[in-house]
Design a protein around this ligand. Structure first.
Ligand code: ATR
Length: 265
């Protein structure tokens, strides 16, 4: 019998996940379907229960339900516990396992696709919302020499700094510092804005990474002007987090390069 999967969100129409998972399934000869499901804002739990009853094997969860999914999961992987958010649910009998593959996806994109070493590097992570929280532990596990989190609202960065034992700053306090990897995990790009960064942040041979995809953000333009050597959007992260979900469900990690390439064109 064909196994069924889905991504749940609101809105969901523009999700690229069905296309990505269809490519993965074709490539690895998996007998499965994957569809996009719009859940009413107040009915996420009911939507998940409906999928379980209908025999689905799992689902991805996207905006704005990742925290609700974290609350709903009966069992959590350590990385989902850290992130306090779940983007992947796996249904087995009556149990629901919650995982978060976003951070692993980011690390895979930086190290495998961009071939940029994280170990021994100085990382600046901008933002202190759900997107930032989900990637801190996997980035730390990749062994950076230094890890600074910066946010507009100091209190939010301070909370994460305490939890993950890293350094928190506000943007103005970054003046005079240099980093090898600067990651934008804020939602500022959605409003065509960027955090108020001082000049001179990018070290020689540095990477500027924006977790948003689909257009060149003000942060990416700033990084270009400031001389960052590599500049990337988050499309690779999107495909890599999907590959990690696929691995959790199917036990196979699909090839990602051709899928990233396909989405770019
Ligand atoms: P998400 O789940 O996408 O992380 P969030 O929890 O609303 O969403 O967090 C949004 C993040 O983007 C926060 O770090 C926010 O900064 P504040 O905590 O100071 O609000 C950041 N952000 C949003 N718009 C921004 C802007 N124009 N400039 C700088 N930071 C911005």
């Amino acid at each position: 019998m064909t196994d069924r999967y889905a991504v749940i969100g609101n809105p969901i129409a523009h999700s690229k996940s069905p296309l990505i998972h269809a490519e993965f399934a074709r490539q690895t000869n998996q007998d499965m379907t994957y569809e996009a499901i719009l859940a009413p804002l107040e009915d996420f739990r009911k939507t998940v229960e409906g999928l379980k009853k209908a025999g689905y094997k799992g689902c991805n969860v996207t905006v704005p339900f990742k925290q609700e999914a974290w609350q709903l999961a009966g069992e959590l992987t350590p990385r989902a516990q850290d992130a306090e958010a779940v983007n992947t649910l796996k249904f087995a009998d009556s149990a629901t396992l919650g995982d978060n593959t976003d951070g692993a996806g980011l690390v895979a994109d930086i190290t495998r696709n961009l071939k940029f070493e994280i170990s021994g590097k100085r990382i600046l992570l901008m933002g202190a919302g759900g997107a930032a929280r989900g990637v801190i532990r996997p980035l730390l596990e990749a062994g950076p020499k230094e890890f600074v989190i910066a946010n507009r609202t100091a209190a939010r960065a301070d909370m994460l700094a305490e939890k993950f034992r890293i350094v928190a700053k506000i943007y103005a306090d970054l003046a005079g510092s240099q980093f090898d990897i600067v990651i934008n995990a804020t939602s500022s790009g959605l409003e065509d804005e960027m955090p108020p960064l001082p000049c001179g942040l990018f070290a020689k041979d540095s990477l500027a990474y924006d977790m948003m995809y689909g257009r060149k953000t003000p942060f990416m333009e700033f990084a270009e002007k400031e001389g960052a050597s590599r500049i990337s959007d988050g499309l690779g992260m999107l495909v890599e987090q999907a590959a990690e979900s696929f691995l959790l469900w199917r036990g196979i990690r699909p090839q990602t390069a051709s899928v990233i390439e396909k989405l770019r064109t």
